[in-house]
Design a protein around this ligand. Structure first.
Ligand code: UD1
Ligand code: CA
Length: 452
């Protein structure tokens, strides 16, 4: 259903309190930047157009976020109201505009929809969103009159002691009727403690001009936590971990220590999988049922099927099929595609290679740019020499081959079906099916040598 929703996300500030060379909205919460969460929530709520107001290191922000949104440039950061002015052409003449802050990443699409419905039902010109905070320090305070009607938002730095005591704070989320917003922006002044054009003042201006300005009181404070410092970033990360891990546990995933398990928002895990402590699962990873993952494992954008065990290992853009065991201490790099009932053991690195069903690569081995068949056995210390300093070449190992310990396979090379390489061989010519290949010097014993 089309809801004709336009969203402006404020993301131009440097974030001085972060004490960082990285723009604030690019700091990550788990595996994604703060700005990405706000964009994702907008799109999931049905936004058709999203415009990010960028300024500080805008080229870097655009590069990281990409072209799924449009951008408006705020050259100088003169306040949140000034930021919205830079998106004037985006606002248009009619309909509603949702404004979000790029530094409050936990907003949920369901809440956006709720606020929009409230705004439409009440026929408001502007709807702000507030929440209650035990320690309101840093937030704008919602000021109401004796009968509870909204009057104004007062920033921390402009507030008197009685206003500072107010615990209802401004979330930085607003829905405006486009026309009312434009009119209020043109009347905005910067005569306040920070000399900034505050977006928060537009609510009072709309009210003064006879419009309807109301504040929606949201329930879940965690959703609106803003990040101004590294301490806030840790608080928000914890809150997101709780939300994500609880969702998986409700779906039947066992998480031994949710305080020490880092699962990204876009990860999918099926019931009866167990996640052990110290594990980080990121990106677009999918994990099937009956797996045991961890402890101390990092998995990035990988596809793990059912009954897989992965212990103390790192996987990046890899695929692992049913009932395979990985680790401890294995490293699957991009393009590693591992079949069913495979064993990838300790200190094994696999890159850009297909390993077919039933194969065992048990210890201390590097397999790069290779196609390995079924039920192949790798002895300890096998190395595919895939790179001559200029070009990369592939190694092919056919079904049931046996690679002796400490074999070097100098690519391009093919080992035939049921072929065997002797321990310590350096193989640089193809080995036919069923052959034994020995490629090492004969041993020489010199009698009595050490007595001399
Ligand atoms: C703002 C609100 C405050 C609210 C809080 C919620 C104002 C004046 N204050 O305060 O009432 O409680 O958010 O988290 O709006 N930005 C720009 N351009 C600018 C200034 C800011 O794009 O010129 C962006 C920042 O990058 C940030 C967002 O706007 O993503 C909020 O700015 P910030 O300076 O953090 O405002 P707060 O002091 O937190
Ligand atoms: Ca803020």
């Amino acid at each position: 259903m089309s809801i004709n929703l336009k969203v402006i996300i404020l993301a131009a500030g440097q974030g001085k309190r972060m004490k960082s060379k990285v723009p604030k909205v690019l700091h990550k919460v788990l595996d994604k930047t703060m700005l990405d969460y706000v964009i994702d929530a907008s799109l999931k709520a049905g936004a058709e157009d999203v415009c990010c107001v960028v300024g500080h290191k805008s080229m870097l922000v655009k590069k990281m976020i990409g072209d799924r949104v449009s951008y408006a440039l705020q050259k100088e950061q003169l306040g949140t109201g000034h930021a919205v002015m830079q998106a004037e052409s985006f606002i248009g003449e009619e309909g509603n505009v949702l404004v979000l802050c790029g530094d409050a990443p936990l907003i949920r699409p369901e809440t956006i929809t709720e606020v929009l419905d409230f705004h439409t039902e009440k026929k408001n010109d502007v709807t702000g969103v507030s929440f209650l905070k035990d320690d309101p320090t840093g937030y704008g305070r919602i000021i109401r009159n004796g009968s509870g009607e909204f009057c104004a938002i007062v920033e921390q730095k402009d507030a008197d002691p009685s206003q500072l005591a107010v615990r209802e704070v401004n979330s930085g989320v607003y829905v405006f009727r486009a026309e009312a917003l434009k009119k209020a922006l043109s009347a905005l002044k910067n005569d306040n403690a920070q000399g900034e054009y505050y977006l928060t003042d537009t609510l009072e201006l709309i009210k003064a001009a006879g419009g309807r300005a109301e504040v929606f009181e949201a329930e879940d404070e965690a959703e609106f936590l803003g990040v101004n410092s590294k301490k806030d970033l840790a608080v928000v990360t914890k809150a997101l971990m709780k939300r994500i891990n609880e969702k998986h546990m409700e779906n039947g995933v066992t998480i031994t220590d949710p305080n020490n398990t880092y699962i990204g928002q876009d990860v999918e895990i099926e019931a009866d999988t167990i996640i052990l402590p110290g594990t980080s699962i990121e990106g677009r990873t999918k994990i099937g049922t009956d797996c045991v993952i961890g402890p101390n494992t990092q998995i990035i954008s990988s596809d793990i099927k059912d009954g897989v065990s992965i212990k103390m290992s790192v996987l990046i853009n890899a695929a692992v099929d049913n009932y395979t065991t990985i680790g401890p201490f294995a490293y699957l790099r991009p393009g590693a595609s591992i079949g069913e009932h495979v064993r990838i053991g300790d200190f094994v690195e696999i890159k850009n290679s297909n390993i077919d069903d039933g194969t065992k690569v048990s210890h201390l081995t590097y397999v790069g740019d290779s196609d390995v068949g079924k039920n192949v056995n790798f002895g300890c210390g096998t190395v595919t020499a895939n790179y001559d300093g200029v070009h990369k070449y592939r190694t092919t190992i056919k079904d049931n081959a046996f690679i002796g310990c400490n074999t070097n396979l100098v690519a391009p090379v093919t080992i035939g079906e049921n072929a065997v390489t002797a321990a310590g061989s350096t193989i640089n010519n193809d080995v036919p099916a069923h052959a034994l290949s020995i490629a090492r010097k004969r041993q020489v014993n010199i009698d009595g040598w050490s007595k001399k």
